[in-house]
Design a protein around this ligand. Sequence first.
Ligand code: GLN
Length: 252
Amino acid sequence: MTLVGVLALQGSFNEHIAVLRRLGVKAVEIRKPEQLQNVTSLIIPGGESTTMAKLAEYHNLFPSLREFVKIGRPVWGTCAGLIFLADKATGQKTGGQKLVGGLDCTVHRNFFGSQIQSFEAEVSAPEVASQEGGPETFRGVFIRAPAILEAGPEVQVLADYPVPSNISTSSDSAGEEQKENVEQSKVIVAVRQGNILATAFHPELTADTRWHSYFLKMANEIIESETSNSQLQVQVNINYSQKQLNELPIFQ
Ligand code: GLN
């Protein structure tokens, strides 16, 4: 059975672990570089990417995280986790912040605005819906959410989202880079590039387990192709029930 690590420095790591538990998958908290050796895949949760980067630096996690991504281990970043995985980020605090990288894209750190501009919306992700079943759209919880402004040729877009009309005039808080005018009508909010999955929103804060299920299957395929050891297969509960959808998201 696969062992999923969840980076547990800050942010919504408990919520990811709880969803995985509901799917019958064991997850462990990762706080030290050596702990990455024990897991077959990794989730980097949402939170505050600058703080998370400082903590990761303090615990000397960057070299091991980069290695984990580089050798092709399955990794999923949600929100701040997406920022971590991007090769390039804009809208950073003065002085910038360290990134793990690996995902060939440019992400704007607070694209949708500040905390009070956080929102929930239905997001269409046809590839994930067709694999996982259930409704065609997903509840997207966007909290000080980033967006991908540019993505390289290897990046598969799983979901995009219309740019809110006020976005070109809004700017980050003092000390942060001003947002450039955005000319595109849509931005990318979910992608896959090989072993990397990234979402700008927080599936772990909803009752819909399909993104976790999607990641576990993706991880399973990667691990299976690496090894013939059948013990590494993930047992994922793919049954998606309408009842789960009707539950309120944890985030309100
Ligand atoms: N924009 C935030 C950051 O820079 C991420 C927000 C989130 O993870 N909910 O870290």
